[in-house]
Design a protein around this ligand. Structure first.
Ligand code: ADP
Ligand code: MG
Length: 793
């Protein structure tokens, strides 16, 4: 099989600096032809201190250095695209990002959560791969994705659809298995089929959301865990028995910072040690690989190095991106990232084309070949060849053998003709004769021969068993392939249908448009039905969220959420994206209408041509002339017009498709921000309720301390109404005059906001959760107001 030997390619990417730019810390020497070099200059005040007081500058070589202005598309084109191409050709590929927390690993691998143009290597690679697959009709492709998170030496499946996770520990645990051939298998890591870009992006989104939900301030999973998103591709030419399989790992490693700098104690320390441990093992593997003549590479020391074994010094095209945040505080971390990168650059990998034979297809092919040969033989001999010899023929043969054996002439031969069946029969017959012979040395000889035949037979049976097992496996795969084909066929039909639909005014887009228009422009302070819909749409997508919130939020909680949302920094992003989405929708709608126009025009032109045909045919009958049999210039002109319109149609249609992808991505981004916002809110809410309990011990929360939301019991009437004088702006829109300045049993505000069942317990003495939450919120809000007041003074 084809093999490519190559060292790991190492790139550097520099993160844009913060507001206070510090010049002169580094310089880049970009060399188009060979490697680029990065010089890090240690400022004097630091050099005197903890780094090194002898040297002032350090130089590192990289394949290429992406400076702070480098945009995501450029990074994708030069780093990821070549790897994706290899993966499409059947080689394994890995791209991993290494650097301290905050240096841009996630930004590079997954992308920023705000702008479409900020999407990172994973979504761009998916887009590229599916584009290429669509273009290549010479092969049948199957694509799957998996998403693994490794935290504290434990693996978690981020994509398992059966689990509704709210904590990392709730996710299915993935373990490593090694088969006798020392291949690594990941038990419990689900492979999800993705037949197109959209499905794959949804899976990425699901995994990222699971990851976000599972992160807590205690585990800080996003900086302390490794994430591996893998695209699995298999391809086969129709009719061929060869299958190519390849994997592309896109890896976002844990932050590379040292424990000493993190400076954490207690529980967090063990975790920090852990991440350092696994990166430490990664470093050991890399040092071992860079050394010549090292036979033992300690892959097995950690889960991550086991999973990435092929990527490091094995069957893989591997690329590393060193992410650097080059300001003064980070000089030592940046230096250590660069040193690590230099060692990685020494590692040689050997990527081989991953091809396998499909025995089932091989059997089909061989059977076909046999039939063809039989036919050919029948044609040559003029006889239909059966596998059995006739009785007559057998008798004839027996005679021939006898004469042959009895003939003492050394030159005598046994000639049965060029018929394999007869030749075989002769051998068997001779063997039998020998077995039955009474002569001892002949007997010994015969034993010897038969033993040999037996072992041959055994080996054959072994082989057969293996082949049968393989066949079973391939059977399953073929079933999958067949299903896939069916799906593809259906999709093709659907696509055709959609094409029609799109040209008829882009119905699909319009649908989602109407949903999203509803959520815009709602008054921010008031909880409107529209927002509720908007909220539930993301809940619908993420079942674990609804479980976390106990099905739905109480009204008090919703109210608090609204306020929280308004003040949250991310709401700007949401607003920006909403506007962008609206723009895109309008554009899409416009395009849809234009497409429709063009289609009508084409139809109209076709009608004209038809008309013209009829006219000329009629003319030819009534007054025949030479001219009528020539090409009609008018028709020619109409045809070129149609061609032009078709071209226009095609470009517009492609643009519409592009818009659709962008819109979908924007929607995913928005939902992501929304989920994050909700999570932030939940954390804030539970913190507030804990604070509240500490301040007012008489307001005891429900004994069930695991619930996120506080449940206050009857003692709530202790609270003097006057102390809430300013907090009754629960709903400023409904009570603009602020007349109902206290919470009483008659408070209309509360009445309208409370579900019918609990309206009887309005004096806040009942155990209605809604009442309790409202009180909790009011108190929490008061706390904030007080804090704000203090900070203003
Ligand atoms: P890491 O994953 O290494 O901890 P992030 O990718 O989360 O770091 O980056 C930290 C912050 O810096 C994020 O807000 C991210 O959007 C921003 N950022 C990182 N790299 C870039 C870049 N090249 N351009 C713009 N913003 C960036
Ligand atoms: Mg990160």
């Amino acid at each position: 099989a084809a093999m490519v030997k190559e060292t790991i390619r190492v790139y550097a990417r520099l993160k844009p600096p913060g507001r206070r730019q510090q010049a002169g810390i580094y310089s880049v020497d970009d060399n188009e032809k060979s490697l680029s070099s990065l010089e890090i200059i240690v400022p004097r005040d630091l050099a005197d201190g903890f780094v090194n007081n002898k040297r002032e500058s350090y130089k590192f070589k990289f394949q290429k250095i992406f400076d702070q202005e480098a945009k995501q598309d450029v990074v994708f084109d030069s780093i990821a695209k070549p790897v994706a191409e290899c993966v499409l050709a059947g080689y394994n590929g890995t791209i991993f990002a290494y650097g301290q927390t905050g240096s841009g690993k996630t930004f590079t691998i997954t992308g920023g959560a705000e702008r479409y143009s900020d999407r990172g290597i994973i979504p761009r690679t998916l887009s590229y791969i599916f584009d290429q697959l669509r273009k290549d009709s010479s092969k049948v492709y199957t694509t799957h994705v998996s998403y693994l998170e490794i935290y504290n030496e434990c693996g978690y499946d981020l994509l398992d659809p059966r689990h509704e996770a709210s904590r990392l520990e709730d996710l299915p645990k993935v373990t490593i298995m090694e088969d006798p051939d020392q291949n690594i298998h990941l038990k419990n890591l689900s492979l999800q089929q993705a037949t197109n870009e959209e499905e794959a992006l949804n899976l990425l989104f699901l995994g990222d959301t699971n990851r976000m939900i599972a992160e807590t301030p205690m585990n800080q999973a996003s900086t302390r865990s490794h994430c591996i998103f893998t695209i699995h591709i298999s391809s086969k030419e129709p009719g061929s028995a060869t299958i190519r399989r390849s994997k592309l790992h896109l890896v976002d490693l844990a932050g590379s910072e040292r424990v000493a700098k993190t400076g954490v104690g207690g529980h967090l320390l063990t975790e920090a040690k852990y991440i350092n441990l696994s990166l430490h093992y990664l470093e050991q593997v890399i040092i071992a690989l860079a050394e010549k003549n090292r036979s033992h590479i300690p892959y097995r020391n950690s889960m991550m190095t086991s999973v990435l074994r092929d990527s490091l010094g094995g069957n893989c095209m591997t690329t590393m991106i060193a992410t650097l945040s080059l300001d003064k505080r980070n000089i030592d971390e940046s230096l250590s990232t660069c040193r690590f990168a230099q060692r990685v650059a020494l590692i040689k990998n050997e990527a081989v084309l991953n091809e396998e034979m499909d025995p089932k297809l091989m059997i089909v092919q061989l059977k076909k070949e046999i039939q063809e040969l039989k036919d050919e033989l029948a044609l040559v001999t003029g006889k239909e060849r059966t596998s059995e010899l006739s009785q007559d023929e057998l008798l004839q043969l027996d005679e021939l053998i006898e004469t042959f054996l009895e003939d003492n002439d050394p030159d005598s031969t046994l000639d049965v003709g060029a018929d394999m069946r007869k030749i075989k029969y002769c051998f068997v017959h001779v063997k039998q004769l020998m077995n039955h012979s009474k002569i001892s040395d002949k007997k010994l000889l015969s034993q010897h021969i038969s033993e040999e035949k037996d072992t041959n037979k055994e080996a054959g049976e072994e082989e057969l068993k293996k082949l049968k097992e393989l066949l079973q496996q391939r059977d399953n795969e073929i079933n999958i392939l067949v299903n896939m084909l069916k799906k593809e066929k259906k999709k093709a039909q659907d696509a055709l249908f959609q094409l029609n639909a799109a040209s008829a005014g882009s119905t699909v887009l319009e649908q989602s448009h109407s949903i999203n228009l509803e959520e815009s422009q709602s008054p921010s302070s008031c909880f409107s039905l529209k927002e509720a819909k908007d909220f539930s749409s993301s809940v619908h997508r993420l079942p674990f969220l609804s479980r976390q919130t106990g099905g739905k939020m109480s009204l008090g909680c919703q109210e608090a959420f609204e306020v929280f949302k308004r003040d949250h920094a991310d709401s700007v992003t949401i607003e920006d994206n909403k506007q962008l989405l609206n723009q895109r929708f309008t554009e899409a709608k416009c395009l849809g209408e234009k497409l429709n126009e063009v289609r009508n025009k084409i139809n109209h032109l076709k009608g004209e041509i038809n008309q013209r045909h009829i006219q000329r045919a009629a003319l030819a009958i009534s007054s025949p002339s030479e001219e009528l049999y020539m090409l009609d210039p008018v028709e020619e002109k109409l045809r070129t017009q149609i061609e032009e319109e078709k071209k226009r149609y095609k470009t517009m249609f492609n643009r519409l498709k592009g818009l659709k992808v962008e819109i979908e991505h924007l929607q995913l981004l928005m939902e992501k921000v929304k989920v994050k916002l909700q999570k932030d809110f939940e954390v804030w809410w539970s913190e507030e309720s804990i604070n509240l309990q500490q301040e007012n011990p008489e307001m005891v929360s429900s004994p069930n301390t695991t619930t996120v939301y506080p449940r206050f019991i009857k003692s709530s009437q202790h609270l003097s109404t006057s102390s809430f004088s300013e907090t009754t702006r629960v709903s400023p829109n409904e009570d603009p005059a602020g007349k109902n300045n206290s919470i009483t049993s008659n408070n209309p505000t509360l009445k309208t906001r409370t579900p019918p069942i609990s309206s009887t317990s309005i004096p806040l003495t009942g155990d209605s959760q809604a009442d309790a939450d409202i009180l909790a919120f009011i108190k929490a809000r008061q706390n904030i107001l007080q804090k704000k007041g203090k900070s203003c003074q």
